[in-house]
Design a protein around this ligand. Sequence first.
Ligand code: HEM
Ligand code: HEM
Length: 448
Amino acid sequence: MKALSGKQVARRYTLYAVFLFGVQGIVALLGATSLVIPDLPSPVSGEYGRAVHLALATFWPVIGMLGMVYYFTAEQLKTDIHSPKLARWQFAILLVTSLGLLGSLALGIGNGREYLDGLPIFYAGISLGILIGAYNLVRTLWENRQRLTPATGIMTVGVVLLCVLLIPNILHYSNPVADEAVKFWVVHLWEEMAFELTTSGFIASFFVSTGIADKKDIEKWLYLEATLSVTGGLFGTGHHYFWIGFPSIWLFLGSFFSVIQAIPVLLLAYMIYKGFKNHKVLSLKEKLAMWLILSSIFHHLTGATLLGLLMTIPWVNLYTHGTYITSGHAHLALFGTIGFLILAGAYTILSDRDNPTPKTYRYGVMGIILLNFGLIGMSSCLLIAGFLQTYLWRVLGLDFMAVSSILSPYLILRALSGSLFTLGAMILCTIIIRTWWKTRPVRRKTAN
Ligand code: HEM
Ligand code: HEM
């Protein structure tokens, strides 16, 4: 039997990520429903249900992203990665540890750490998995140093950062300030620094290969994007340090560098606008991926950056911190920006050279529209609920429980919008899984 290539192993990562995303849509909808109908029988307690949801939100994007980085690195360098075999072992480690983490959380085994709940052994396993990926990518770049491209370099730096930022989270710190700060290296720095680098590398590879943007333009943007993401992301994390015991200088640093984070997003939107003026004809497959990328850019500009900036103003954050407004932003930013991009990459990789029929394409667009409407619906309800929560609870000082009962209509509407989201997720997951099935190597009897 022919050994698998790096690109084929990348298909496993993205397929698993799409599967976890589908599971998350269903689990989250059940969770949102049980918030409004608390007596619903459930095998998992509310608190551990939330922990499972957050673990999924943190880890399916990273698993999909690792596959994308392998695939587009091989594509850009026009060669295989250093060791596809190591990538397969890495996948096995990530599969076992992520399933172990999710399963143990569902059984109520954890330590109550928000976002990174669960036994340290699983975090050690996931860190090891990412470390192996970082090593494999660095070796690949070293062996092909004459042919390096900015996109491959930036994606690899992103993966190295994912690893460096997760490792300190294997341990727990008795000092609560240190514990919170280290947690935000994942919650914030993964998203706004490491993922920014890997996703920009993917966008660059996609735009160059489809001819949407000029190679020189995209490379200039990539350098700027990388510099601003690292400086903006590193110090912009300050907006999470406002009230957890850090010196007050972070109120200024966090706000100032958060503004810096907005610049590359605006430049990216401008570049795409310029690219569309070229009227490049895209295949149906490229168009479907492009709808996903455009959805991501829309949410990056609005829910992540604009709303994020508004919430960062210290006088605003003092009141809105930890309310449903944060939850609205978290959904718009994490799924809206990163999730859509991972789905774009996963679809591109798993459809291989297969082009959808016009009917499948129409279903795909419908799935993306439902995901967008569901997401915007859910987040708008959360933002209204968050606004009321802030005003009634934090400004007027009403009782927390009295305020919670006023918010329930918005949470019911959130669950209803969530069902649109889940329907969209199911349609898209089905399309992606079907195209993977059609293009899997067993059927074609050749290495793809
Ligand atoms: C793709 C980019 C982004 C992602 C994935 C993301 C994700 C998140 C998540 C998951 C949270 C919730 C953390 C928690 O519950 O403690 C959060 C909070 C926050 N984000 Fe973002 N974010 C992004 C971009 C931004 C940007 C660009 C800004 C500002 C310019 C920003 C400002 C904030 C602030 C201030 C909070 C804390 C809210 C609070 O105090 O409760 N975010 N973000
Ligand atoms: C059907 C779709 C979804 C529903 C109904 C849903 C529902 C929920 C619920 C009930 C919570 C607990 C806090 C709250 O009440 O807001 C929550 C939190 C969260 N969800 Fe979702 N979710 C969905 C999809 C997603 C997706 C796809 C992601 C990211 C990939 C995500 C990321 C998060 C994050 C980061 C938080 C924590 C927010 C915070 O810090 O307050 N969710 N979600």
